[in-house]
Design a protein around this ligand. Structure first.
Ligand SMILES: [Zn+2]
Length: 322
Protein backbone atom coordinates (compact mmCIF):
# COMPACT_ATOMS: atom_id res chain seq x y z
CA UNK A 1 0.00 0.00 0.00
CA UNK A 2 2.80 2.43 0.87
CA UNK A 3 4.44 1.75 -2.48
CA UNK A 4 1.14 2.20 -4.26
CA UNK A 5 0.51 5.52 -2.56
CA UNK A 6 4.00 6.77 -3.34
CA UNK A 7 3.63 5.92 -7.00
CA UNK A 8 0.20 7.52 -7.20
CA UNK A 9 1.67 10.59 -5.67
CA UNK A 10 4.62 10.63 -8.04
CA UNK A 11 2.22 10.24 -10.91
CA UNK A 12 0.38 13.30 -9.67
CA UNK A 13 3.64 15.21 -10.12
CA UNK A 14 3.81 16.56 -6.60
CA UNK A 15 6.79 17.16 -4.39
CA UNK A 16 7.64 13.93 -2.62
CA UNK A 17 10.66 15.01 -0.58
CA UNK A 18 8.83 15.68 2.64
CA UNK A 19 6.50 12.73 2.26
CA UNK A 20 9.04 10.02 1.79
CA UNK A 21 11.07 11.46 4.66
CA UNK A 22 8.14 11.65 7.07
CA UNK A 23 7.64 8.78 9.46
CA UNK A 24 4.17 8.15 10.85
CA UNK A 25 3.54 10.22 13.97
CA UNK A 26 2.24 8.36 17.02
CA UNK A 27 -0.05 9.87 19.64
CA UNK A 28 1.16 9.99 23.25
CA UNK A 29 -2.38 9.49 24.51
CA UNK A 30 -2.30 6.50 26.91
CA UNK A 31 -5.52 4.93 25.63
CA UNK A 32 -5.25 5.72 21.94
CA UNK A 33 -1.71 5.39 20.52
CA UNK A 34 -3.07 6.19 17.07
CA UNK A 35 -0.80 7.06 14.17
CA UNK A 36 -0.99 9.80 11.58
CA UNK A 37 0.45 8.98 8.17
CA UNK A 38 1.37 11.60 5.58
CA UNK A 39 -0.42 10.50 2.39
CA UNK A 40 0.04 13.59 0.19
CA UNK A 41 1.46 17.07 0.52
CA UNK A 42 0.26 18.36 3.93
CA UNK A 43 -2.49 15.72 4.12
CA UNK A 44 -2.43 13.24 7.01
CA UNK A 45 -4.58 10.17 7.55
CA UNK A 46 -5.40 8.73 10.98
CA UNK A 47 -6.59 5.20 10.26
CA UNK A 48 -8.26 2.94 12.81
CA UNK A 49 -7.30 -0.74 12.66
CA UNK A 50 -10.87 -1.72 13.66
CA UNK A 51 -13.21 -3.02 10.97
CA UNK A 52 -16.49 -3.26 12.82
CA UNK A 53 -18.78 -1.12 14.93
CA UNK A 54 -17.70 0.53 18.19
CA UNK A 55 -17.18 -2.14 20.88
CA UNK A 56 -15.51 -2.51 24.28
CA UNK A 57 -12.28 -3.68 22.66
CA UNK A 58 -11.80 -0.74 20.28
CA UNK A 59 -13.34 1.66 22.87
CA UNK A 60 -15.11 3.50 20.09
CA UNK A 61 -12.06 4.02 17.93
CA UNK A 62 -13.45 2.34 14.82
CA UNK A 63 -13.43 5.22 12.33
CA UNK A 64 -10.82 7.26 10.48
CA UNK A 65 -9.98 10.94 10.64
CA UNK A 66 -7.76 13.13 8.47
CA UNK A 67 -6.17 16.54 8.70
CA UNK A 68 -4.73 19.07 6.29
CA UNK A 69 -2.03 21.50 7.40
CA UNK A 70 -2.37 24.84 5.63
CA UNK A 71 -0.41 28.09 5.87
CA UNK A 72 -2.95 29.51 8.31
CA UNK A 73 -4.26 26.66 10.39
CA UNK A 74 -5.31 23.02 10.32
CA UNK A 75 -8.45 21.57 8.79
CA UNK A 76 -9.63 18.39 10.55
CA UNK A 77 -11.98 16.01 8.79
CA UNK A 78 -13.99 13.94 11.33
CA UNK A 79 -13.05 13.66 15.00
CA UNK A 80 -13.78 10.13 16.29
CA UNK A 81 -16.26 8.84 18.87
CA UNK A 82 -15.13 10.46 22.13
CA UNK A 83 -13.24 13.35 23.66
CA UNK A 84 -10.33 10.99 24.37
CA UNK A 85 -10.06 10.03 20.70
CA UNK A 86 -10.35 13.71 19.75
CA UNK A 87 -7.54 14.48 22.23
CA UNK A 88 -5.34 11.77 20.68
CA UNK A 89 -5.94 13.30 17.23
CA UNK A 90 -5.10 16.74 18.67
CA UNK A 91 -1.89 15.25 20.08
CA UNK A 92 -0.64 14.00 16.69
CA UNK A 93 -1.59 17.29 15.04
CA UNK A 94 0.46 19.10 17.69
CA UNK A 95 3.48 16.95 16.83
CA UNK A 96 3.21 17.86 13.14
CA UNK A 97 2.51 21.58 13.35
CA UNK A 98 2.11 24.56 15.72
CA UNK A 99 -0.86 25.80 13.69
CA UNK A 100 -4.22 25.89 15.49
CA UNK A 101 -7.21 23.84 14.35
CA UNK A 102 -9.22 26.49 12.53
CA UNK A 103 -11.68 24.28 10.68
CA UNK A 104 -13.43 21.01 11.44
CA UNK A 105 -15.58 19.17 8.91
CA UNK A 106 -18.08 16.60 10.22
CA UNK A 107 -18.81 14.34 7.26
CA UNK A 108 -22.15 13.04 8.57
CA UNK A 109 -24.17 12.69 11.77
CA UNK A 110 -23.01 9.24 12.96
CA UNK A 111 -21.40 9.52 16.40
CA UNK A 112 -17.99 8.15 15.38
CA UNK A 113 -17.42 11.21 13.19
CA UNK A 114 -18.17 14.13 15.52
CA UNK A 115 -18.12 13.09 19.19
CA UNK A 116 -14.44 14.13 19.44
CA UNK A 117 -15.18 17.71 18.29
CA UNK A 118 -14.82 19.24 21.76
CA UNK A 119 -11.16 18.20 22.05
CA UNK A 120 -10.25 19.85 18.76
CA UNK A 121 -12.41 22.97 18.58
CA UNK A 122 -11.87 26.28 20.34
CA UNK A 123 -14.14 29.32 20.35
CA UNK A 124 -12.82 30.44 16.95
CA UNK A 125 -13.01 27.12 15.16
CA UNK A 126 -15.37 26.91 12.23
CA UNK A 127 -17.20 23.58 12.50
CA UNK A 128 -18.66 22.73 9.12
CA UNK A 129 -21.40 20.23 8.21
CA UNK A 130 -24.50 20.01 6.05
CA UNK A 131 -27.74 21.38 7.53
CA UNK A 132 -29.12 17.87 8.09
CA UNK A 133 -25.98 16.79 9.95
CA UNK A 134 -25.99 19.97 12.02
CA UNK A 135 -29.63 19.38 12.97
CA UNK A 136 -29.06 15.77 13.93
CA UNK A 137 -26.03 16.60 16.09
CA UNK A 138 -27.96 19.44 17.73
CA UNK A 139 -31.22 17.54 18.31
CA UNK A 140 -30.23 13.88 18.59
CA UNK A 141 -26.76 13.92 20.17
CA UNK A 142 -28.08 12.26 23.36
CA UNK A 143 -29.20 9.22 21.36
CA UNK A 144 -25.74 8.85 19.77
CA UNK A 145 -23.92 9.30 23.06
CA UNK A 146 -26.05 6.73 24.85
CA UNK A 147 -25.91 4.23 21.96
CA UNK A 148 -22.11 4.41 21.83
CA UNK A 149 -21.83 3.92 25.58
CA UNK A 150 -24.00 0.83 25.31
CA UNK A 151 -21.84 -0.51 22.48
CA UNK A 152 -18.51 0.23 24.23
CA UNK A 153 -19.41 -0.49 27.89
CA UNK A 154 -19.11 3.20 28.66
CA UNK A 155 -15.72 3.79 26.99
CA UNK A 156 -16.90 6.76 24.92
CA UNK A 157 -18.11 8.66 28.01
CA UNK A 158 -20.15 11.85 27.93
CA UNK A 159 -18.49 14.08 25.36
CA UNK A 160 -19.31 17.78 25.40
CA UNK A 161 -21.34 18.43 22.28
CA UNK A 162 -19.93 20.89 19.75
CA UNK A 163 -22.67 21.56 17.20
CA UNK A 164 -21.45 22.65 13.75
CA UNK A 165 -21.61 26.44 13.41
CA UNK A 166 -21.47 26.64 9.62
CA UNK A 167 -23.55 24.75 7.07
CA UNK A 168 -22.64 23.83 3.51
CA UNK A 169 -25.44 22.48 1.34
CA UNK A 170 -24.05 23.07 -2.13
CA UNK A 171 -20.75 22.25 -3.80
CA UNK A 172 -18.36 24.89 -2.53
CA UNK A 173 -14.76 25.42 -3.67
CA UNK A 174 -12.89 27.47 -1.13
CA UNK A 175 -9.38 28.35 -0.03
CA UNK A 176 -8.62 27.26 3.53
CA UNK A 177 -5.39 28.98 4.53
CA UNK A 178 -4.20 28.85 0.92
CA UNK A 179 -5.22 25.23 0.30
CA UNK A 180 -8.08 24.67 -2.12
CA UNK A 181 -10.79 22.38 -0.79
CA UNK A 182 -14.06 21.55 -2.48
CA UNK A 183 -16.85 20.54 -0.11
CA UNK A 184 -19.34 18.28 -1.87
CA UNK A 185 -22.69 17.31 -0.27
CA UNK A 186 -24.02 14.06 -1.68
CA UNK A 187 -27.50 13.89 -0.18
CA UNK A 188 -28.77 10.73 1.47
CA UNK A 189 -26.22 8.04 0.59
CA UNK A 190 -24.52 6.28 3.55
CA UNK A 191 -26.36 8.53 6.01
CA UNK A 192 -29.06 11.15 6.00
CA UNK A 193 -26.68 13.67 4.43
CA UNK A 194 -23.08 12.94 3.49
CA UNK A 195 -20.38 15.51 2.86
CA UNK A 196 -17.01 14.75 1.25
CA UNK A 197 -13.98 17.02 0.82
CA UNK A 198 -11.90 17.07 -2.35
CA UNK A 199 -8.40 18.53 -2.54
CA UNK A 200 -7.86 19.17 -6.24
CA UNK A 201 -4.12 19.99 -6.09
CA UNK A 202 -3.26 16.86 -4.11
CA UNK A 203 -6.00 14.82 -5.83
CA UNK A 204 -7.03 13.48 -2.44
CA UNK A 205 -10.61 12.64 -1.53
CA UNK A 206 -11.63 12.77 2.14
CA UNK A 207 -14.61 10.51 1.72
CA UNK A 208 -16.06 9.88 5.17
CA UNK A 209 -18.32 6.85 5.16
CA UNK A 210 -19.35 7.22 1.52
CA UNK A 211 -16.31 5.02 0.83
CA UNK A 212 -15.23 1.92 2.76
CA UNK A 213 -11.95 0.22 1.85
CA UNK A 214 -11.44 -3.52 2.38
CA UNK A 215 -14.54 -3.79 4.52
CA UNK A 216 -18.24 -4.12 3.66
CA UNK A 217 -20.08 -0.78 3.82
CA UNK A 218 -22.42 -0.13 6.76
CA UNK A 219 -25.90 0.38 5.35
CA UNK A 220 -28.08 0.63 8.49
CA UNK A 221 -28.94 4.26 7.72
CA UNK A 222 -28.38 4.25 3.95
CA UNK A 223 -30.34 5.02 0.84
CA UNK A 224 -28.84 2.28 -1.30
CA UNK A 225 -29.95 3.66 -4.69
CA UNK A 226 -28.65 7.17 -3.96
CA UNK A 227 -25.40 5.77 -2.58
CA UNK A 228 -24.94 3.74 -5.76
CA UNK A 229 -25.52 6.87 -7.86
CA UNK A 230 -23.09 8.94 -5.73
CA UNK A 231 -20.19 6.83 -7.04
CA UNK A 232 -20.42 8.70 -10.35
CA UNK A 233 -19.70 12.00 -8.61
CA UNK A 234 -16.69 10.54 -6.80
CA UNK A 235 -15.27 8.78 -9.86
CA UNK A 236 -15.64 11.97 -11.93
CA UNK A 237 -13.18 13.64 -9.53
CA UNK A 238 -10.63 10.97 -10.50
CA UNK A 239 -8.91 10.90 -7.11
CA UNK A 240 -5.40 9.52 -6.72
CA UNK A 241 -5.81 8.86 -3.01
CA UNK A 242 -8.97 8.16 -1.04
CA UNK A 243 -9.12 8.40 2.75
CA UNK A 244 -12.23 6.38 3.64
CA UNK A 245 -14.32 6.60 6.81
CA UNK A 246 -13.45 2.97 7.58
CA UNK A 247 -10.57 0.85 6.27
CA UNK A 248 -7.09 1.55 4.92
CA UNK A 249 -6.19 4.50 2.75
CA UNK A 250 -7.11 3.56 -0.83
CA UNK A 251 -7.31 4.77 -4.38
CA UNK A 252 -9.88 5.33 -7.11
CA UNK A 253 -9.95 1.57 -7.62
CA UNK A 254 -11.58 1.11 -4.21
CA UNK A 255 -14.45 3.35 -5.30
CA UNK A 256 -14.86 1.23 -8.43
CA UNK A 257 -14.92 -1.95 -6.34
CA UNK A 258 -17.54 -0.49 -4.02
CA UNK A 259 -19.64 0.54 -7.02
CA UNK A 260 -19.63 -3.05 -8.28
CA UNK A 261 -20.66 -4.15 -4.78
CA UNK A 262 -23.69 -1.84 -4.71
CA UNK A 263 -24.55 -2.56 -8.35
CA UNK A 264 -24.61 -6.27 -7.54
CA UNK A 265 -26.59 -5.71 -4.36
CA UNK A 266 -29.23 -3.58 -6.07
CA UNK A 267 -29.58 -5.49 -9.35
CA UNK A 268 -29.74 -9.00 -7.90
CA UNK A 269 -32.13 -7.92 -5.15
CA UNK A 270 -34.40 -6.35 -7.77
CA UNK A 271 -34.22 -9.47 -9.93
CA UNK A 272 -34.98 -11.74 -6.95
CA UNK A 273 -37.84 -9.52 -5.85
CA UNK A 274 -39.41 -9.70 -9.30
CA UNK A 275 -39.13 -13.50 -9.14
CA UNK A 276 -41.01 -13.51 -5.83
CA UNK A 277 -38.02 -14.46 -3.65
CA UNK A 278 -37.51 -13.35 -0.06
CA UNK A 279 -34.39 -11.41 0.97
CA UNK A 280 -32.74 -14.42 2.67
CA UNK A 281 -33.20 -16.42 -0.53
CA UNK A 282 -31.47 -13.70 -2.55
CA UNK A 283 -28.44 -13.35 -0.26
CA UNK A 284 -26.65 -16.54 -1.47
CA UNK A 285 -26.99 -15.38 -5.10
CA UNK A 286 -25.42 -12.05 -4.22
CA UNK A 287 -22.64 -13.72 -2.29
CA UNK A 288 -21.85 -15.94 -5.30
CA UNK A 289 -21.77 -12.91 -7.62
CA UNK A 290 -19.52 -11.02 -5.21
CA UNK A 291 -17.19 -13.99 -5.11
CA UNK A 292 -17.00 -13.97 -8.90
CA UNK A 293 -16.12 -10.27 -8.84
CA UNK A 294 -13.38 -10.95 -6.25
CA UNK A 295 -15.18 -8.75 -3.71
CA UNK A 296 -16.09 -11.44 -1.16
CA UNK A 297 -12.37 -11.92 -0.52
CA UNK A 298 -11.70 -8.19 -0.18
CA UNK A 299 -14.41 -7.30 2.33
CA UNK A 300 -13.27 -8.81 5.63
CA UNK A 301 -16.58 -8.45 7.46
CA UNK A 302 -18.96 -9.40 4.67
CA UNK A 303 -20.58 -12.17 6.75
CA UNK A 304 -21.61 -9.68 9.43
CA UNK A 305 -23.01 -7.11 7.04
CA UNK A 306 -24.37 -8.74 3.88
CA UNK A 307 -27.65 -10.14 5.27
CA UNK A 308 -28.68 -6.81 6.78
CA UNK A 309 -27.69 -4.92 3.64
CA UNK A 310 -29.78 -7.24 1.44
CA UNK A 311 -32.79 -6.79 3.76
CA UNK A 312 -32.41 -3.04 3.60
CA UNK A 313 -32.01 -3.07 -0.18
CA UNK A 314 -35.04 -5.36 -0.48
CA UNK A 315 -37.27 -2.84 1.31
CA UNK A 316 -35.98 -0.03 -0.90
CA UNK A 317 -36.45 -2.05 -4.08
CA UNK A 318 -40.02 -2.73 -2.95
CA UNK A 319 -40.58 0.96 -2.28
CA UNK A 320 -39.17 1.91 -5.68
CA UNK A 321 -41.69 -0.42 -7.35
CA UNK A 322 -44.66 1.60 -6.12
ZN1 LIG B 1 -21.34 6.37 9.28
Amino acid sequence: MIRLLASTWLAAGLVVGTATAAEPVRSNHPDFPLEAELVAENVWAVVSPARGFPDPENRGWNSNAAFVVTEEGVLVFDTGSSESIGAAIADVIGQVTDQPVRWIVNSHPHGDHWMGNASLANAETEVIATSATREEIRDEHARWISMFNQMTDGATGEPRVVVPNRTVDERTLESFGGTEVELIPLGHAHSREDLVAWLPSQRVLLAGDVVYVGTAPGTFDANIRHWLDAHEVLLALDPGIVIPGHGEVGTREDIEIQKVYFDTLWNLTEEGYEQGLMDFEITPRIRAALQEHGIEQRYVNLDERLGESVSRTYLQVEEAMF
